[in-house]
Design a protein around this ligand. Sequence first.
Ligand code: SF4
Length: 378
Amino acid sequence: MLRIQNGKINLCMPPNAKEAQMETDRIASSRRKFVQNCLAAVGAAALGGMSCTNRPMHMGFRASAEGVPDRGMDQRGDARSPGYLELERSGELERREKALWALLESCRLCPRRCGVNRLAGETGVCRSAQTFKVASYGPHFGEEAVLVGKRGSGTIFFSDCNLLCVFCQNWEINHRGDGRLTSHAELAGMMLELQRRGCHNINLVTPTHLTPHIVRALRLAISAGLRLPLLYNSSGYDSLDVIRLLDGVIDIYLPDFKYQDATIAARFSDDAPDYPRHAAAAIKEMHRQVGTLQQTNRIAHRGLLIRHLVLPENLAGTDSFVNWVASELGADTNVNIMGQYAPKYRAHEYPPLSRRPTREEFAQAMRWAQEAGLRNFH
Ligand code: SF4
């Protein structure tokens, strides 16, 4: 049940039967209108403690920011009906949400398979229990042009992470856990606010350890009119079972594929030697679900875009990566080969991660992509 308390929208249980009946009647009569009214009345106050940092987590190709007009979907020209609407109508999204929550009881939400009972407050590698934090949200112009358009990607940065790389570009959020505890209703409100501000999609950054929370918030937002494509922006360290549960829920997948070598993955990402194996399986499933990137008016509304950060001395295994993409997914797969690596967090303790890739190393990475026959890389 959604309630307003102390100027915030909260999920809570009614204190008595009379109030429960009143709330039920009110929601039954116009749940959508109720949520919209709540958001209009207190949204700014409830969410006012956060703002978009616009931090360029991945630079990719930029599009210029030309303001963020408050436009309806019919004026956007890029609106498509996202898959989650039909899933919600049929009751399937509720079933998926329950299946995701069940994974938290002995947590196997990601390949770490910590086995902790997050519903009882226990935490594993990602340090998240049954609650979650958001670091910032807002229109973001630092993503690829096809995601940014003119009005930005509606980005929500979640705190904490299940991979924890030593060169993390956002270590304050992902390692230190900077952010604010957020309710499901607040997260739904953020999604709706990003839609109202004209963003082209809802971009969920570091979502892997929080998929049950995201789907719960999504269902609240759907009931209040959310219609934007949902974008899953992960490290690639995802469980195949969870990605299968997201079939039809996610419209655009934006995974990293960071390494090809188990020893390197273990050394740089908190003892995760199985990263290459799990990332490959998850990305293949993502590709099966949504295929290559589909655009309207140069804005993506469905598909897979893989990010690959070039590391010094080919630690990322770029030659193997591009050949894997060509042979397993096809030459038309969309790939962003990123050259902006800079040593951050503890990278200086792990040479050669302590330096940027040279110009020649990046040029070699692009040549490998060309030689592999990839047609949609930049
Ligand atoms: S989501 Fe967190 S607690 Fe669950 S398996 Fe992954 S790292 Fe462990």
